[in-house]
Ligand binder design. Structure first.
Ligand SMILES: O=C(O)CCC(=O)C(=O)O
Ligand SMILES: [Fe+2]
Length: 361
Protein backbone atom coordinates (compact mmCIF):
# COMPACT_ATOMS: atom_id res chain seq x y z
CA UNK A 1 0.00 0.00 0.00
CA UNK A 2 2.43 2.69 -1.09
CA UNK A 3 0.30 5.57 -2.37
CA UNK A 4 -3.18 5.26 -3.75
CA UNK A 5 -3.61 7.86 -6.40
CA UNK A 6 -6.37 10.41 -5.96
CA UNK A 7 -7.22 10.16 -9.63
CA UNK A 8 -8.85 6.71 -9.47
CA UNK A 9 -12.05 6.42 -11.43
CA UNK A 10 -14.08 5.18 -8.43
CA UNK A 11 -13.09 7.80 -5.88
CA UNK A 12 -11.52 6.47 -2.71
CA UNK A 13 -10.20 8.28 0.32
CA UNK A 14 -6.53 8.80 -0.51
CA UNK A 15 -3.96 6.87 1.44
CA UNK A 16 -0.60 8.40 2.31
CA UNK A 17 2.13 6.06 3.41
CA UNK A 18 4.32 7.34 6.26
CA UNK A 19 6.31 4.13 6.62
CA UNK A 20 9.62 5.42 5.20
CA UNK A 21 11.93 6.79 7.87
CA UNK A 22 13.04 9.84 5.86
CA UNK A 23 9.52 10.98 5.06
CA UNK A 24 9.43 13.32 8.07
CA UNK A 25 12.84 14.88 7.25
CA UNK A 26 12.26 18.05 5.22
CA UNK A 27 14.09 18.10 1.92
CA UNK A 28 14.55 14.33 1.45
CA UNK A 29 12.99 12.76 -1.61
CA UNK A 30 10.56 10.78 0.61
CA UNK A 31 9.50 13.98 2.33
CA UNK A 32 8.95 15.72 -1.02
CA UNK A 33 6.87 12.79 -2.26
CA UNK A 34 4.75 12.57 0.88
CA UNK A 35 4.28 16.36 0.90
CA UNK A 36 3.05 16.25 -2.69
CA UNK A 37 0.58 13.47 -1.86
CA UNK A 38 -0.68 15.25 1.23
CA UNK A 39 -1.23 18.52 -0.62
CA UNK A 40 -2.95 16.81 -3.48
CA UNK A 41 -5.18 14.75 -1.18
CA UNK A 42 -6.17 17.78 0.85
CA UNK A 43 -6.93 19.83 -2.25
CA UNK A 44 -9.09 17.06 -3.70
CA UNK A 45 -10.72 15.47 -0.66
CA UNK A 46 -9.85 17.65 2.33
CA UNK A 47 -8.61 14.47 4.05
CA UNK A 48 -6.40 11.41 3.72
CA UNK A 49 -5.76 8.14 5.46
CA UNK A 50 -2.38 8.05 7.19
CA UNK A 51 -0.69 4.65 7.15
CA UNK A 52 1.99 4.09 9.78
CA UNK A 53 2.87 0.40 9.67
CA UNK A 54 4.12 -1.07 12.97
CA UNK A 55 3.34 2.07 14.91
CA UNK A 56 0.17 0.65 16.48
CA UNK A 57 1.08 -2.83 17.66
CA UNK A 58 -1.69 -5.44 18.13
CA UNK A 59 -1.00 -5.20 21.91
CA UNK A 60 -1.51 -1.42 21.90
CA UNK A 61 -4.70 -1.89 19.87
CA UNK A 62 -5.98 -4.53 22.27
CA UNK A 63 -5.21 -2.36 25.24
CA UNK A 64 -6.83 0.74 23.67
CA UNK A 65 -9.99 -1.04 22.58
CA UNK A 66 -10.12 -3.04 25.80
CA UNK A 67 -10.11 0.20 27.78
CA UNK A 68 -12.71 1.69 25.47
CA UNK A 69 -14.95 -1.34 25.94
CA UNK A 70 -14.58 -1.11 29.70
CA UNK A 71 -15.33 2.62 29.69
CA UNK A 72 -18.37 2.09 27.47
CA UNK A 73 -19.73 -0.56 29.82
CA UNK A 74 -19.00 1.60 32.86
CA UNK A 75 -20.89 4.59 31.61
CA UNK A 76 -24.08 2.61 31.07
CA UNK A 77 -23.93 0.66 34.30
CA UNK A 78 -24.97 2.54 37.36
CA UNK A 79 -26.41 1.60 40.70
CA UNK A 80 -29.51 3.62 39.94
CA UNK A 81 -30.57 1.81 36.78
CA UNK A 82 -34.13 0.56 36.67
CA UNK A 83 -33.15 -2.89 35.42
CA UNK A 84 -30.81 -3.85 38.24
CA UNK A 85 -27.22 -4.55 37.30
CA UNK A 86 -24.32 -5.35 39.52
CA UNK A 87 -22.87 -1.93 40.33
CA UNK A 88 -19.52 -1.01 38.87
CA UNK A 89 -16.98 0.99 40.84
CA UNK A 90 -14.16 2.52 38.85
CA UNK A 91 -10.79 2.40 40.60
CA UNK A 92 -8.86 3.82 37.65
CA UNK A 93 -7.89 7.13 39.28
CA UNK A 94 -4.59 6.78 41.14
CA UNK A 95 -5.81 9.15 43.85
CA UNK A 96 -8.94 7.12 44.59
CA UNK A 97 -6.98 5.16 47.21
CA UNK A 98 -5.69 8.32 48.92
CA UNK A 99 -8.05 9.12 51.80
CA UNK A 100 -9.57 12.58 51.65
CA UNK A 101 -9.13 13.24 47.91
CA UNK A 102 -12.27 13.92 45.92
CA UNK A 103 -11.92 10.70 43.93
CA UNK A 104 -11.49 8.72 47.18
CA UNK A 105 -14.67 10.33 48.57
CA UNK A 106 -16.53 9.50 45.40
CA UNK A 107 -15.31 5.88 45.30
CA UNK A 108 -16.11 5.51 49.01
CA UNK A 109 -19.66 6.76 48.38
CA UNK A 110 -20.11 4.35 45.49
CA UNK A 111 -18.73 1.41 47.47
CA UNK A 112 -21.02 2.09 50.46
CA UNK A 113 -24.06 2.53 48.26
CA UNK A 114 -23.30 -0.63 46.27
CA UNK A 115 -22.76 -2.71 49.40
CA UNK A 116 -25.92 -1.45 51.06
CA UNK A 117 -27.99 -2.13 47.96
CA UNK A 118 -26.39 -5.28 46.53
CA UNK A 119 -23.81 -6.55 49.03
CA UNK A 120 -21.29 -6.53 46.17
CA UNK A 121 -19.79 -4.51 43.35
CA UNK A 122 -17.59 -5.04 40.37
CA UNK A 123 -14.26 -3.28 40.87
CA UNK A 124 -12.83 -2.09 37.57
CA UNK A 125 -9.11 -1.48 37.62
CA UNK A 126 -8.16 -0.73 34.03
CA UNK A 127 -4.65 -1.84 33.14
CA UNK A 128 -4.05 -3.52 36.50
CA UNK A 129 -4.57 -7.00 35.14
CA UNK A 130 -2.53 -7.10 31.96
CA UNK A 131 -3.29 -9.74 29.32
CA UNK A 132 0.06 -11.34 30.29
CA UNK A 133 -0.91 -11.56 33.96
CA UNK A 134 -4.31 -13.00 32.98
CA UNK A 135 -2.64 -15.61 30.75
CA UNK A 136 -0.22 -16.53 33.47
CA UNK A 137 -2.96 -16.84 36.13
CA UNK A 138 -5.35 -18.91 34.04
CA UNK A 139 -2.39 -20.93 32.65
CA UNK A 140 -1.36 -21.83 36.22
CA UNK A 141 -4.97 -22.70 37.06
CA UNK A 142 -5.16 -25.06 34.08
CA UNK A 143 -1.81 -26.66 34.99
CA UNK A 144 -3.08 -27.25 38.55
CA UNK A 145 -6.26 -29.01 37.46
CA UNK A 146 -4.34 -31.07 34.90
CA UNK A 147 -2.41 -32.83 37.70
CA UNK A 148 -3.58 -36.40 38.39
CA UNK A 149 -6.48 -36.73 40.77
CA UNK A 150 -4.21 -38.43 43.39
CA UNK A 151 -1.92 -35.38 43.52
CA UNK A 152 -4.87 -33.01 43.80
CA UNK A 153 -6.55 -35.10 46.49
CA UNK A 154 -3.37 -34.94 48.61
CA UNK A 155 -3.25 -31.14 48.60
CA UNK A 156 -2.23 -29.98 52.09
CA UNK A 157 -5.26 -29.26 54.23
CA UNK A 158 -5.68 -27.20 57.30
CA UNK A 159 -8.80 -26.64 59.34
CA UNK A 160 -10.89 -24.59 59.81
CA UNK A 161 -10.16 -22.53 56.73
CA UNK A 162 -11.14 -24.62 53.77
CA UNK A 163 -7.73 -25.30 52.23
CA UNK A 164 -7.29 -28.38 50.09
CA UNK A 165 -9.12 -30.15 47.28
CA UNK A 166 -12.86 -30.59 46.86
CA UNK A 167 -14.90 -31.76 43.91
CA UNK A 168 -18.43 -32.44 42.78
CA UNK A 169 -19.58 -33.82 39.47
CA UNK A 170 -19.56 -30.29 37.97
CA UNK A 171 -16.87 -28.49 39.80
CA UNK A 172 -13.38 -28.87 41.29
CA UNK A 173 -11.64 -26.50 43.65
CA UNK A 174 -8.13 -26.26 45.05
CA UNK A 175 -7.37 -23.87 47.86
CA UNK A 176 -4.31 -22.69 49.74
CA UNK A 177 -3.67 -20.24 52.54
CA UNK A 178 -2.07 -17.02 51.40
CA UNK A 179 0.58 -16.60 54.09
CA UNK A 180 4.09 -17.35 52.83
CA UNK A 181 4.44 -20.69 54.56
CA UNK A 182 1.13 -22.19 53.43
CA UNK A 183 1.48 -20.88 49.93
CA UNK A 184 5.02 -22.31 49.67
CA UNK A 185 3.81 -25.70 50.94
CA UNK A 186 1.05 -25.65 48.32
CA UNK A 187 3.44 -24.63 45.54
CA UNK A 188 5.94 -27.39 46.43
CA UNK A 189 3.23 -30.00 46.65
CA UNK A 190 2.53 -29.48 42.93
CA UNK A 191 5.91 -28.26 41.74
CA UNK A 192 8.68 -29.73 43.92
CA UNK A 193 11.18 -27.42 42.21
CA UNK A 194 8.98 -24.37 42.62
CA UNK A 195 6.97 -22.41 40.06
CA UNK A 196 7.60 -18.70 39.56
CA UNK A 197 4.17 -18.17 38.04
CA UNK A 198 2.47 -19.43 41.16
CA UNK A 199 4.24 -17.18 43.64
CA UNK A 200 1.31 -14.85 44.21
CA UNK A 201 2.04 -14.07 47.81
CA UNK A 202 4.22 -11.22 46.61
CA UNK A 203 0.93 -9.43 45.83
CA UNK A 204 -0.40 -9.98 49.29
CA UNK A 205 -0.35 -7.08 51.73
CA UNK A 206 1.24 -8.49 54.83
CA UNK A 207 0.13 -5.51 56.86
CA UNK A 208 -3.38 -6.93 56.87
CA UNK A 209 -2.56 -8.67 60.13
CA UNK A 210 -5.88 -9.92 61.40
CA UNK A 211 -7.07 -11.27 58.07
CA UNK A 212 -6.62 -14.91 57.15
CA UNK A 213 -7.17 -15.63 53.52
CA UNK A 214 -7.48 -18.62 51.28
CA UNK A 215 -6.89 -18.43 47.57
CA UNK A 216 -9.09 -20.96 45.83
CA UNK A 217 -8.77 -22.06 42.22
CA UNK A 218 -12.04 -23.28 40.73
CA UNK A 219 -12.82 -25.15 37.57
CA UNK A 220 -16.34 -25.92 36.36
CA UNK A 221 -16.79 -28.64 33.80
CA UNK A 222 -18.67 -27.92 30.60
CA UNK A 223 -22.34 -28.46 31.41
CA UNK A 224 -23.67 -31.67 29.87
CA UNK A 225 -26.81 -29.79 28.92
CA UNK A 226 -27.15 -26.04 29.00
CA UNK A 227 -30.04 -24.49 30.88
CA UNK A 228 -30.04 -27.13 33.60
CA UNK A 229 -28.63 -24.85 36.24
CA UNK A 230 -25.43 -26.83 36.84
CA UNK A 231 -22.79 -24.99 38.83
CA UNK A 232 -23.00 -24.02 42.49
CA UNK A 233 -26.24 -23.74 44.44
CA UNK A 234 -27.34 -20.44 45.95
CA UNK A 235 -25.38 -19.57 49.08
CA UNK A 236 -23.74 -16.81 51.06
CA UNK A 237 -20.03 -17.16 51.85
CA UNK A 238 -18.99 -17.82 55.44
CA UNK A 239 -16.19 -15.30 55.08
CA UNK A 240 -15.82 -11.61 55.88
CA UNK A 241 -15.27 -10.68 52.24
CA UNK A 242 -14.77 -12.61 49.02
CA UNK A 243 -13.10 -11.26 45.91
CA UNK A 244 -13.69 -13.17 42.68
CA UNK A 245 -11.94 -13.07 39.34
CA UNK A 246 -12.90 -15.31 36.43
CA UNK A 247 -12.36 -16.13 32.80
CA UNK A 248 -14.82 -14.98 30.13
CA UNK A 249 -17.39 -17.74 30.73
CA UNK A 250 -20.43 -16.21 32.42
CA UNK A 251 -22.52 -18.01 35.00
CA UNK A 252 -22.16 -16.14 38.29
CA UNK A 253 -25.43 -14.61 39.45
CA UNK A 254 -26.33 -12.58 42.49
CA UNK A 255 -29.64 -12.22 44.27
CA UNK A 256 -31.06 -8.72 44.63
CA UNK A 257 -33.11 -7.12 47.40
CA UNK A 258 -36.14 -7.28 45.13
CA UNK A 259 -35.72 -11.03 44.75
CA UNK A 260 -34.24 -11.22 41.26
CA UNK A 261 -31.22 -13.13 40.04
CA UNK A 262 -28.91 -10.95 37.98
CA UNK A 263 -25.90 -12.09 35.99
CA UNK A 264 -22.34 -10.89 36.36
CA UNK A 265 -20.70 -9.74 33.10
CA UNK A 266 -17.00 -10.10 33.73
CA UNK A 267 -14.43 -7.74 32.23
CA UNK A 268 -10.78 -8.83 31.88
CA UNK A 269 -9.48 -6.24 34.34
CA UNK A 270 -12.18 -6.47 36.96
CA UNK A 271 -13.02 -8.25 40.21
CA UNK A 272 -16.27 -8.90 41.99
CA UNK A 273 -16.08 -7.79 45.60
CA UNK A 274 -18.67 -9.34 47.89
CA UNK A 275 -19.62 -8.55 51.46
CA UNK A 276 -20.17 -11.85 53.23
CA UNK A 277 -21.57 -13.17 56.51
CA UNK A 278 -18.84 -11.70 58.75
CA UNK A 279 -19.42 -8.28 57.18
CA UNK A 280 -23.14 -8.64 57.88
CA UNK A 281 -22.47 -9.28 61.59
CA UNK A 282 -19.92 -6.44 61.84
CA UNK A 283 -22.28 -3.98 60.10
CA UNK A 284 -25.22 -5.06 62.29
CA UNK A 285 -27.24 -5.95 59.16
CA UNK A 286 -26.64 -2.59 57.52
CA UNK A 287 -24.97 -4.62 54.81
CA UNK A 288 -26.41 -8.02 53.96
CA UNK A 289 -24.16 -10.79 52.78
CA UNK A 290 -24.38 -11.22 49.05
CA UNK A 291 -26.33 -14.33 48.04
CA UNK A 292 -24.96 -15.82 44.83
CA UNK A 293 -24.85 -18.96 42.72
CA UNK A 294 -23.17 -20.29 39.61
CA UNK A 295 -25.55 -21.21 36.82
CA UNK A 296 -23.70 -22.56 33.79
CA UNK A 297 -25.34 -21.96 30.45
CA UNK A 298 -22.44 -21.93 28.05
CA UNK A 299 -20.78 -25.04 26.74
CA UNK A 300 -17.29 -24.02 27.86
CA UNK A 301 -15.05 -24.61 30.85
CA UNK A 302 -15.46 -21.85 33.42
CA UNK A 303 -12.50 -21.01 35.65
CA UNK A 304 -12.38 -18.63 38.54
CA UNK A 305 -10.22 -17.53 41.45
CA UNK A 306 -11.57 -16.53 44.82
CA UNK A 307 -9.77 -14.76 47.61
CA UNK A 308 -11.79 -15.78 50.66
CA UNK A 309 -10.93 -13.65 53.69
CA UNK A 310 -11.75 -14.27 57.33
CA UNK A 311 -11.12 -12.13 60.39
CA UNK A 312 -9.25 -13.79 63.20
CA UNK A 313 -10.72 -13.41 66.67
CA UNK A 314 -14.15 -12.13 67.53
CA UNK A 315 -16.33 -9.82 65.44
CA UNK A 316 -18.81 -7.47 67.05
CA UNK A 317 -20.63 -4.48 65.58
CA UNK A 318 -18.97 -1.15 66.43
CA UNK A 319 -20.97 1.29 68.60
CA UNK A 320 -21.56 3.61 65.64
CA UNK A 321 -23.63 0.89 64.00
CA UNK A 322 -25.87 0.14 66.94
CA UNK A 323 -28.48 2.61 68.16
CA UNK A 324 -31.87 2.59 69.87
CA UNK A 325 -33.65 2.11 66.60
CA UNK A 326 -30.94 -0.28 65.42
CA UNK A 327 -30.32 -2.65 68.35
CA UNK A 328 -27.55 -5.19 68.29
CA UNK A 329 -28.56 -8.07 66.00
CA UNK A 330 -25.80 -10.59 66.71
CA UNK A 331 -23.86 -12.03 69.60
CA UNK A 332 -20.08 -11.68 69.13
CA UNK A 333 -18.97 -14.03 66.38
CA UNK A 334 -15.75 -16.03 66.31
CA UNK A 335 -15.52 -16.48 62.55
CA UNK A 336 -13.13 -19.38 62.38
CA UNK A 337 -15.17 -21.35 64.95
CA UNK A 338 -18.26 -20.66 62.86
CA UNK A 339 -16.53 -21.90 59.69
CA UNK A 340 -15.46 -25.06 61.50
CA UNK A 341 -18.98 -25.56 62.85
CA UNK A 342 -20.43 -25.23 59.37
CA UNK A 343 -17.88 -27.60 57.85
CA UNK A 344 -18.68 -30.22 60.48
CA UNK A 345 -22.46 -29.79 60.30
CA UNK A 346 -23.41 -28.57 56.84
CA UNK A 347 -25.11 -31.85 55.96
CA UNK A 348 -27.48 -31.47 58.90
CA UNK A 349 -28.02 -27.72 58.88
CA UNK A 350 -28.19 -27.27 55.08
CA UNK A 351 -26.52 -24.92 52.65
CA UNK A 352 -28.83 -22.01 53.63
CA UNK A 353 -27.62 -21.98 57.26
CA UNK A 354 -26.22 -18.60 58.18
CA UNK A 355 -25.04 -16.35 61.00
CA UNK A 356 -28.69 -15.52 61.72
CA UNK A 357 -29.18 -19.05 63.05
CA UNK A 358 -25.69 -19.34 64.54
CA UNK A 359 -25.45 -16.14 66.56
CA UNK A 360 -28.47 -13.95 65.73
CA UNK A 361 -30.19 -12.22 68.69
O1 LIG B 1 -16.80 -19.47 40.80
C1 LIG B 1 -17.32 -18.44 41.21
O2 LIG B 1 -17.32 -17.39 40.55
C2 LIG B 1 -18.01 -18.41 42.56
C3 LIG B 1 -17.51 -19.40 43.55
C4 LIG B 1 -18.21 -19.32 44.87
O3 LIG B 1 -19.21 -18.69 45.00
C5 LIG B 1 -17.67 -20.01 46.06
O4 LIG B 1 -16.75 -20.83 45.92
O5 LIG B 1 -18.15 -19.75 47.18
FE1 LIG C 1 -19.55 -18.27 47.10
Amino acid sequence: MSVTSVTQTVPKIPVVDFSQKGCLKPGTSYWLSVRGNVCHALEEFGCFMVVLPNKVSPELQDSMFGTLKELKKMSVTSVTQTVPKIPVVDFSQESCLKPGTSSWLSVRGNVCHALEEFGCFMAVLPNKVSPELQDSMFGTLKELFDFPIETKAQTPQEKPVTDGYTSTSFHESLAAGTDSEKSRTFEHHFWPNGNDQYRYEKYHDDHVQSIVSTLRFMKYKKPEKTGTGQGLPAHTDKTFTTILHQNHVKGLEIYTKDNKWIGFDPLPSSFLFMACEGFQVWSNDRISSCKHRVNLNINEVRSSFGLFSYLEGVIRAPDELTAEDQPLKYKPLHMLDYVQFFLDNHRNVGVGYSVKEYCGI
